[in-house]
Design a protein around this ligand. Sequence first.
Ligand code: FAD
Ligand code: SIN
Length: 532
Amino acid sequence: MLVIGSGLAGLMTAYHLRGRGSIIVASKRAIEESNTHYAQGGIACVMDPDDSFEAHERDTLSTGCGLCDESVVRTIIRAGPECVRELEALGISFERRRGRSREYDLGQEGGHSRRRVLHAGDVTGRQLIRVLARRVAEAPSVTMLPDWMAIDLVTTSWLRRPGPNRCIGAYFIERATGDIHAIRARHTVLATGGAGKVYLYTSNPDTATGDGIAMGWRCGLPIRNMEFVQFHPTCLYHPEAKSFLISETVRGEGARLINAAGESFMERYDSRGALAPRDIVARAIDQEMKRRGDPCVYLDITHRGEDFLKTRFPTIYATCLKYGFDMARQPIPVVPAAHYFVGGIMASVDGRTEIEGLYAVGETASTGLHGANRLASNSLLEALVCSRLCARTISEAGRPRVEDVEIPPWEIGAAVPSDEAVVVEHNWNEVRTVMWDYVGIVRTIKRLERAARRIRNLRHEIRQYYLSYLVTPDVLELRNIAAVADLVIRSAFARRESRGLHFTLNFPEMAMDAPPRDTIIRDPPGGPIAEG
Ligand code: FAD
Ligand code: SIN
């Protein structure tokens, strides 16, 4: 079994599969590096006796603006508590209320009708990854391959084998040597995360280049709802902070959003103020910045005092201080940045895709949980539950024969080492700038057309480069962000309304005259050396 990616989705899938045959976990950077590692707020889950599954489901459905798959919402939310207890049994501890060791200290985030977010300080993700990576590595049946980047999947249809299309593994590039290897597997799980790097400003680390989505799309899989890109309203505005996230739980603890004139403005945009769902807050900030011509807005939590802030948000407090902002004494400058990809490879709640033997879990998948907008802290919950269900499905699927299908060695054709790597750097910046400028929080048909033209040209150039030179991780990531950019633009074009995370000035209202629909893009399969 092959698991690609070592965030929460990949590690949990591998953990649940341990003891059921040999498992390879391949990850393109260090095992610890992933979006999961940076998660701050926590895991939304019904753990408080005063909370209810129905309330969490209502909040999820309402935030999702009519596009959630209700049965998926029920399955994931109701499996949450059992999965959380499993995490605790593995050694992960969530904060309890002071002096009340039996009660969780639950965080509050936008769109939730009550406090519901389990957290480990403000470094929930770091704790998850630290414990899980160790647990998975301890299992004798697991081999970890850090710095192995998947290039493309290998399917029987690409090999022109008769019968139903089946995934039989993937090609990888080993970062240290540049060598390319094929790994054959009965079951391949894509747990490659999101694609924040498609945008110039993002809360995501460098690993988030949408590789799984691009690989799935090149195999001909349907890709759903890519227009729904979530922008987190509050990332630190500082040239060196790399859009460091200021968790929504800071607003949950009473932080106000104010403009440069010191006015609290969110109340003008939504009655829920700073705790409205993220799409509304991000758009309000964008509008406020444009209206006043300001480069940022401010988050003010000075009234909670130094002791509280240092205890509840030690990492955020220390990071802000490092960049010269003492959040106990001054409002901190913030801006929105690309944060989460709601869209992805169409997959069932247990990760099954249209291709036999190929699964997608976590942020790379689109299960229908989030609809048109993700409720805060529902993604760790989704990764947790879906990886468990995926492992169960794989365990029950048995051991299909793949040994008799030869994976051909990687073909380099006429490719030579590149002597103009600067092209990669240039195109990388251009794709991300085009997406930020024209396919961001507020869209128009004209901006999308502009973006489409530029991305088309860039993809043509990238394809030429890909075919001419020996592949490197950088060029592979560039190829993937450009493919994902194209999917976002095409999906945004297809949605002739504003809904959830997709807002266009040409159709500013939600279309009420037709049933809500998903945007699905399905292109003919390409294969490892085809369409860039
Ligand atoms: P990831 O955790 O991103 O893991 C993907 C893995 O795949 C990585 O190891 C990566 O290196 C690897 N990979 C990628 N491409 C390849 C390839 N080609 N070959 C091999 N390996 C590859 N969600 C919440 O619910 N609560 C929160 O509090 C929260 N806070 C967040 C804070 C930040 C700053 C960010 C960026 C996100 C946050 N999110 C939060 C979102 C959440 O963290 C992610 O949606 C979730 O962690 C995704 O998990 P994943 O396992 O699917 O992907
Ligand atoms: C945050 O802590 O604000 C991030 C939560 C999330 O993305 O779900």
